[in-house]
Ligand binder design. Sequence first.
Ligand code: GRG
Length: 297
Amino acid sequence: MSVDVQSYMAERARAVDAALARYLPSESDPPATLHKAMRYSVFAGGKRLRPVFVIAGAEAMGGRMDEVMQTACAVEMIHTYSLIHDDLPAMDNDDFRRGVPTNHKVFGEAIAILAGDALLTLAFRLLADNFAAGSDAHALRNVLIEIGDAAGSAGMVGGQVADIESEGKRVGAETVDYIHTHKTAALIRASIRAGAMLAGATPSQLVALGLAGGNLGLAFQIMDDILDVTATSEELGKTAGKDQAQQKATYPAVHGLEVSRIHAKALVGEAHAALQSFGPRAEPLRALGTFIVERKA
Ligand code: GRG
């Protein structure tokens, strides 16, 4: 079975967008400014890669998209909160994200912080509510732990701290790997595993999906580093070249562009190997891996 990854992603992203529109509070509900700010950043664009990974993880186990939709939307809300907070003056101080002015540029810093907080909180409410789609309580508990660990100090927030503390310093390969695996790969890995958990994956299947997800997540961040050097701001929808300007710890800075590309491809190859035993149902996951290293933005 071969998968047209562009249509696969577009179809699922459309369904995710429709569900996000239902799950997010309406702009007219008070506090209207906060709800406007939450919806502004969620609907500013975005590839919806993490929710698509939740769905692909479920599909690899024979599950269906509608059975994991709350979880998929929750992961996108966590991701969007991290972008809003990362763009704040106290962190990366960015003016553009997803092709439009950043949340704090439009709504001010206080509302941007609170919009991020509210998205994160709503995400955990939605994760718990995936129960409505028929998930069993044990799987649901495991998903809450999985996403909580990946998003918190042992994952994304921990990676962000290391990233900030490494700015302007000469760091080695080990530190860059720590930052990338925590800041970015952890949530991507957890997205795949959470979808699979809800669709009844066994512990050994979750180990294989964890290996694949960790590799795909790291490859994704390496490509993000590469694109920051090689793509334009228009292509990226955010300011290109900022990593070098801010002396960020990146793969190209430590390994050079060519070695970084080779490494990203090798990681996707390892992910494909880890997915071998899953058969045709994991074809979308494999295709998403290939997309990660071939993407231009
Ligand atoms: C907890 C504040 C806080 C931050 C956590 C994830 C993160 C750290 C910061 C966001 C900024 C950043 C460059 C993160 C690296 C991960 C990454 C490549 C994000 C962009 O993801 P895409 O390309 O974005 O999937 P779209 O807009 O397509 O969803």
